[in-house]
Design a protein around this ligand. Structure first.
Ligand SMILES: Nc1nc2c(c(=O)[nH]1)N[C@H]1C(S)=C(S)[C@@H](COP(=O)(O)O)O[C@H]1N2
Ligand SMILES: [Mo]
Length: 497
């Protein structure tokens, strides 16, 4: 096929430029998410020092309690969307772009196979392999093989690998990072060698996409910027059109840059509106896909991680400190709100109720994970005792820690809390845990009582529980976003992915 005959239909060109837009948004917001815990592992325990990649690692001050929040980094808006420790907001962009990118890809594939265009992309003969080799050798000798504009064998093979290998891999590994998917389909994680391996592969696919894009742009330049841009914006190469192609191509790239700049500035200026938009348009998609999954995790006790990371330092409040000094002998859990029978339970009362133990994978929204055995009372057992009224739709878990006082470098202050929809409160593995790995909860892991929600990210599992309250809606609690991180860090209450 000579260059005069190579034409790109409008839908193909549209898909190409949408792909550039969404992939670049995914890359920058993905890096923002990585800045929350810029370490990559192959083991799901995230053993200290076992990371294969640590970006700009910092030494930890000796003697201090070491928590995951200390690992967070401030990355520049040039690489991360929006940058500057706003990975909660970066997540909103990431999960807004994911469905749009996948829809673009699905439409592209449908049209590709519907129109016969696929012949240009899918190799139909093994000759493509030696052909690709010869093309590569030619490039390495700085010779431009074949008439410019046609898909040479190397180009065909590369595009094929990107569309049918790299893109599905990044989607599949992205899905594997969902705690809900991991909880419902533990076998799916094994496909990748675990959650951290999936996370590592997800990052490596970003590197592969970046390498592809750089080489792709270099090739476009090498083959003649004007001609190639004409193909990519006008669909065909005709000499008189070259100037117009350059202008149009420049405008498209400028438009994409403008979207990035506007998205970054708007997010930093009006994070509340970005959170609103995510609540309205992004969270319902995640909830519809993942919200109903129930955890079936039952890992072997042999899998328990030697070290479980800590996030959220113990309360600095005098009441909790006094209770801790007394071994929580005087601790009373208050259960109230919209219930038939309010309860006041000591730790001994809780331990007298039927107990459950589960070995599960804890997944923090920042990226790290770890296996642990949790023992406690099923929340359903407690609900059978207090009998929530029909109007109760959400359960509030209030904690002892005021984050403004418990953390050395707090992002915000106020008492930690979380809310759980009634349905999830009844999940078989929803647990009020008082033991970790067979011993009473250590202080830093939430003594004397903490929540386990095995399909959700760690931040939903309130530690240092002071009281439980049944309410008509989480909207009437705090600032109405569903929890302390949601109220103060613009995080989504949707914690399945
Ligand atoms: N009260 C309270 N609960 C909390 C937090 C906190 O800061 N305060 N941090 C949350 C986060 S972000 C995570 S990942 C888990 C960490 O549990 P761990 O420290 O036992 O590993 O607790 C969650 N529960
Ligand atoms: Mo977390």
């Amino acid at each position: 096929m000579s260059v005069e005959h190579l034409t790109y239909p409008l839908w193909l060109r549209t898909a190409h430029w949408l792909n550039v837009l969404f992939l670049s948004l995914l890359a920058r917001s993905g890096l923002e998410i990585l800045s929350a815990h810029p370490k990559l592992y192959w083991n799901d325990d995230c053993r200290l020092g076992s990371e294969w990649l640590a970006i700009r690692p910092r030494p930890t001050p000796p003697g201090e309690l070491f928590t995951a929040d200390d690992q967070e980094q401030d990355w520049h808006s040039l690489v991360a969307l929006p940058g500057h420790r706003h990975w909660d907001l970066g997540r909103h962009w990431h999960f807004a772009a994911v469905p749009l990118w996948i829809l673009t890809g699905a439409a592209y594939l449908a049209l590709l196979f519907g129109t016969g265009e696929w012949r240009r992309l899918v190799p139909t003969s093994w000759d493509v392999l030696p052909g690709a080799w010869h093309t590569l050798v030619a490039y390495l000798h700085f010779r431009i093989p074949d008439p410019a504009g046609t898909h040479n064998p190397l180009q065909q093979l590369t595009y094929f690998a990107v569309v049918f290998g790299l893109a599905p891999l990044s989607i599949a590994t992205g899905a594997a990072m969902s705690p809900a998917v991991a909880a419902r389909f533990p076998g799916y994680l094994r496909l990748f060698g675990g959650r951290q391996a999936a996370r590592s592969l997800h990052f490596l696919s970003l590197l592969a996409f970046t390498a592809f894009s750089l080489v792709h742009v270099a090739m476009v330049a090498a083959h003649g910027l004007g001609r190639e841009l004409a193909l990519m914006v006008l669909g065909q190469v005709r000499e008189p059109d070259l100037a117009r192609a350059l202008a149009l191509g420049g405008a498209l790239i400028g438009g994409i840059v403008l979207v990035h700049v506007a998205a970054t500035r708007f997010t930093l200026r009006r994070p509340d509106l970005v959170q609103d938009a995510a609540e309205r348009f992004v969270d319902p998609v995640r909830r519809a896909l993942l919200g109903r999954l129930k955890s079936v995790q039952a890992y072997d006790p042999g899998r328990i991680s030697p070290y479980l990371w800590v996030n959220g330092r113990p309360p600095a409040e005098p009441d909790w400190l006094a209770l801790a000094e007394g071994g929580f002998q005087d601790y009373v859990l208050e259960v109230g709100g919209l219930v038939e029978r309010p309860l006041r339970l000591s730790l001994a009362d809780l331990r007298a109720l039927p107990a459950r133990t589960q070995v599960t994978l804890h997944v923090c929204i920042q990226g790290w994970s770890g296996f642990a055995a949790w023992t406690g009372v099923g929340l359903d057992t407690l609900m059978d005792l207090c009998r929530p009224l029909p109007g109760a739709r959400d359960v509030v878990f209030r904690a002892f820690d005021d984050k403004g006082r418990s953390e050395p470098r707090p992002k915000a202050s106020g008492f930690y809390y979380g809310t759980v929809p009634m349905e999830m409160a009844r999940h078989p593995q929803t647990l009020l845990a008082y033991d970790l790995n067979g011993a009473p909860l250590p202080r830093e892991h939430g003594a004397p009582l903490r929540l386990r929600l095995e399909t959700q990210y760690g931040f939903t599992m309130v530690k240092y529980i002071r009281a439980i309250e049944f309410v008509a809606s989480f909207r009437e609690v705090g600032k109405g976003r569903g929890g302390w991180p949601e109220d103060n860090l613009y995080r989504s209450r949707e914690a399945s992915l």
